[in-house]
Design a protein around this ligand. Sequence first.
Ligand code: SF4
Length: 279
Amino acid sequence: MRNIQAQDVIDAVAKMCMDANRYLPEDVLSAFKAAQENEDSPVAKEIFRQLLENSDLAQESGLPLCQDTGLAVLFVELGEDCRVEGGSLRDVLTQGVRKGYEEGFLRKSACDPLTRANTGDNTPAVIHIDVVPGDRLKICMMAKGGGSENMSRVTMLAPAQGWEGIKKFVVNRVAEAGPNPCPPIILGIGVGGTFDYAPILAKKALMRKLDDTHPDPQIAAMEKELLDEVNALGIGPMGLGGKTTCLGLKIAMGPCHLASLPLAVNVQCHSARHKEVVL
Ligand code: SF4
């Protein structure tokens, strides 16, 4: 059994929270540059220039990429041959989020859903823990902004609606969302599972790199087809028109009940802030 010190986990999570809010992943920056080249509209080109400048400014100044520094969402894989010494895993992860948002001077967004009272330290985080083979602890952290999360949806389609029904729902969702999720967006699509599991699939799909290709050629083709349909809407960056409404669309599938076809659309804004660490 391998021991991992609680303080190492706390420090790693805190650093991820701070880094995610200052440094966009390389694949997102590359997608901005490619889209800037590809756009015909001067307004769309200018928006991508500003997004790239915003990223440079955040790196240079240490200020967050966006005023909405997000709720912290953690996907954790705990190897069954390791354990955290010095605290329970969930508590240690929470301490890391607290430390990161306090020491990074990041806006605290977590609040009571009805009283709206702020918890004051951006905790509790949303934490998903899976136990996996091995002796490593893998933590993926996402700073999820409220504007794009508000535009996300889950629905239970009839099985007969199939792929055509999925496409229709996703395209309608993006059209109705319009400029609200701060496009260009990234879409995580969860297909299957149950009412509660489809959105987890969708959010996990958002952790994939924009420039990867799904290992299943059929799903890869579906991702491309749906991405093209979404971009044909012409909403464009910031909703001001253009070819790039969506930078990437990732599908995650899971088996479902024979009477169901759960579908979740998790919308991610252009400020796609996530980090990963393996301890
Ligand atoms: S949706 Fe994204 S870019 Fe827009 S305000 Fe929220 S975090 Fe910032």
